[in-house]
Design a protein around this ligand. Structure first.
Ligand code: UN1
Length: 496
């Protein structure tokens, strides 16, 4: 790919420069010599154009029969599948995760696109009875309007697809602003939608910095729906901005997910799961297994084996074969992880491995951090309560099942949790007791599939779910319809 390539915004069906003409550079977090290209540095003026285009396109798109909208999505899914390898490579270059994981990310976008295309022939409502004679009742879905979508860098194509596809199938139009670290993957997604035949103005894309492009997007009066995935701090600002005009808002934010390992667990399996859940995507998943609560009877054995395996993980450029863990996304993220390692040590947690930036020939041009394990942690430590978003796993010993559940639930987040046990009763009790939106038995906290609702309780979000039919509820409004064919005035609740 030409390193000087300039990527444009997509507004009203045209590829255009930002109003200011300014751009910013996209650089591989594993290798600062690998310069991916220039992207438009958009501002409020670009947002205004995109919102106007989306508003206009909405008038016709909302009337396109959903099965016709779906045909475009089916074509887009096919195109994504054909280009999966190229898009995965682009993603690894701009985001850092190993190629195998990037393929999974593109696959998740493909899955979501097919899934929502299938909804084109469903979008079911209900028909029901009436309390009055000669009266018919039903519910139908209506689109909401223009959606402003702000997407994160850790799942650069999957999460944009989670938002764009349900929005489109419901008849909305969108303006999407990806994280500034990963604009290429959304560029690729939008280019595919264009090629698949999405009419001009239905999907608008602008790249830029959150404070310059994201902020005006969530404040724009013609944006009726906002969906945001990202940090708690920014999520709070977005919520305040949306509250002003009561925009519909879906927030997907932090996690401090737990794997509980009971003394009756298959320890080999738990070990594999904890390594994948803890260090997959360099721990940069909202669903990362950043806490492992382990029954005291198996704690020592587990901690020792887990540490040995963590130390041996192959860290490097995600494009290199055999690499199991890539870099952190930015220097800022690296500093955050360093800060938490310091905090953990000060709090008295035992650093079992890692804890430092990796240096040496293959690491010097990227943001590489060693897989880090803290042992003998207590639930009150900050490293066990706050989201780090890096390759840091805290091991917490516990006395019994009830205590494990209590520790698991002792954080402000509620995204994902897991238990490794062979005791069916405890598996079901944990399913009931864990206050998370996602729960696994004998599998780590990562690995959500697109046809199940995705999201969390407590401060992870604001009660909405993405993916599955739950996403349709966010991107459409229910209309309750009463049809009286009695030819007389019938008064509900009064004429009995
Ligand atoms: C995220 O971490 O933001 O379940 C999304 C998973 C992935 C999605 C993660 N399918 O880990």
């Amino acid at each position: 790919m030409d390193p000087q390539r300039i990527y444009k915004n997509f507004i009203a069906g045209e590829w255009v420069e930002s109003a200011s003409g300014q751009t910013f550079e996209n650089i591989n977090p594993a290798d600062s010599n690998d310069r991916i290209g220039q992207f438009q540095r958009s501002s409020g003026r670009d947002v205004a154009k995109a919102a106007a285009a989306a508003k206009q396109a909405y008038q016709s798109w909302r009337l396109v029969p959903p099965p016709r909208r779906a045909e475009i999505l089916f074509r887009a899914a096919n195109l994504l599948a054909n280009r999966k390898e190229d898009f995965a490579r682009d993603m690894t270059r701009e985001m850092g995760k190993p190629l195998e994981e990037a393929r999974g990310d593109v696959q998740e976008a493909i899955d979501m696109t097919y899934y929502m295309a299938g909804e084109g022939r469903r979008l079911f409502g209900q028909t029901t009875t009436s309390e009055l004679p000669d009266k018919f009742c039903m519910t139908v879905r209506s689109p909401v309007g223009v959606c402003g979508l702000i997407t994160p860098w850790n799942f650069p194509m999957a999460i944009p697809a989670w938002k764009v596809m349900p929005a489109l199938i419901c008849g909305n139009t969108v303006v999407i602003k990806p994280a500034e670290d990963t604009p290429l993957s959304v560029y690729n997604l939008v280019a595919v939608l264009e090629e698949a035949g999405v009419p001009g103005g239905v999907v608008n894309y602008l790249s830029g910095i959150g404070s310059e492009a994201g902020a005006p997007l969530v404040r724009h009066p013609d944006i009726k729906v906002v969906s945001f995935t990202g940090s708690v701090e920014v999520g709070r600002e977005v919520a305040h901005a949306c509250a002003e005009s009561f925009k519909h808002l879906c927030l997907e934010m932090g996690g401090k997910n737990v794997i509980i390992v009971m003394d009756d667990a298959n320890l080999d399996l738990a070990l594999e799961g904890a390594l994948w859940g803890g260090f997959g995507t360099t721990g940069q998943r909202c669903t990362a297994s950043s806490r492992i609560v382990i029954h005291k009877k198996v704690y020592e054995a587990f901690a020792q084996r887990f540490t040995e395996r963590a130390c041996r993980l192959k860290v490097g450029n995600g494009l290199d074969p055999g690499v199991q863990m890539g870099p952190l996304i930015t220097e800022t993220q690296l500093r955050t992880v360093e800060k938490y390692v310091e905090i953990g040590q000060k709090e008295g947690a035992k650093l079992l491995c890692g804890g430092c930036r990796l240096t040496g020939a293959i690491y010097n041009r990227g943001w590489f951090f060693a897989p880090t394990v803290f042992g003998d942690c207590t639930p009150r430590m900050r490293i066990c309560r706050e989201e780090i978003f890096g390759p840091v796993v805290s091991l917490i010993p516990c006395d019994n099942f009830d205590q494990a559940i209590e520790i698991g639930n002792s954080v402000v987040y509620g995204l994902s949790s897991a238990i490794y046990t062979r005791n069916i009763n405890n598996a079901f009790k944990a399913m009931r007791e864990m206050e998370t939106g996602i729960f696994y038995v004998n599998a780590p906290t990562i690995g959500a599939e697109t046809h199940l609702p995705f999201g969390g309780t407590k401060q992870t979000g604001n009660g909405h779910r993405e993916a599955a039919t739950a996403a349709l509820d966010f991107y459409s409004e229910w209309k309750s319809v009463y049809i009286d064919y009695s030819d007389r005035l019938q008064r509900a609740q009064i004429d009995t």
